[in-house]
Design a protein around this ligand. Structure first.
Ligand SMILES: [Zn+2]
Length: 200
């Protein structure tokens, strides 16, 4: 849908409406806000977006966001390197970190197995996880995937991959409602789900 036929405005609305959770109406409101704000704001916003891609990369080890080859969590010597928490997405790391309940390392899968959406096991960072477990002296893998049907199936798949290797495989406790996303669950609930995790 064209708004007033102004190409520059329509283009921004198109791009904004591709963001998750942003519908057409919200995209229009945001674009108009940028239009009405100081030029400096528009420049700062554009530069922040541009630099985000230019100055960051994925961590070589855990696929979290990083400024160099390793992320700040992998580089942090105060963390317990014998624990890996497996998450679906980078935003889940933010949610778990906010709960202050976990002090190990992470591994971002990049999704969950979902044949309907065309995501198969080989599309996820599963081989890298197995390599880490074999090479890094890992004592525990804690699975903290979103409790959806696909998340559950992926956790079962991972626990089978890890069976036979000498380590504890746990999953976050129920309490995180089925179908919800960790990033929207409050930190107390996430903290409790981690501290009362159960072994598989
Ligand atoms: Zn990392």
């Amino acid at each position: 849908m064209q708004l007033l036929g102004i190409d520059a405005l329509d283009r921004l609305i198109d791009e904004l409406s591709r963001l998750p959770g942003i519908g057409r109406k919200t995209a229009q409101r945001l674009a108009i806000f940028v239009l009405k704000s100081e030029s400096q704001y528009a420049e700062n916003l554009a530069e922040a977006i541009y630099n985000l891609k230019k100055e960051t990369q994925l961590c070589d080890k855990c696929f979290n966001i990083a400024e160099g080859s390793l992320c700040s969590i992998c580089l942090d010597t105060h963390r317990d390197p014998s624990k890996i928490c497996v998450v679906e997405d980078i935003v889940d790391i933010f949610a778990i970190e906010a709960s202050n309940e976990y002090k190990g390392l992470y591994h971002v899968l990049g999704g969950v197995i979902s044949p309907l959406a065309g995501v198969m096991a080989e599309n996820l960072h599963l081989n890298e996880l197995i390599d880490r477990v074999k090479n890094e002296n890992i004592a525990e893998v804690l699975m903290a995937l979103n409790p959806s049907t696909e998340g559950e199936a992926t956790m079962i798949y991972i626990s089978k991959l890890l069976s036979g290797l000498n380590l504890k495989v746990t999953r976050i406790a129920s309490g995180v409602p089925i179908g919800s996303h960790l990033e929207y669950v409050d930190t107390v609930t996430i903290g409790r789900a981690i501290s009362s995790r159960r072994e598989l």
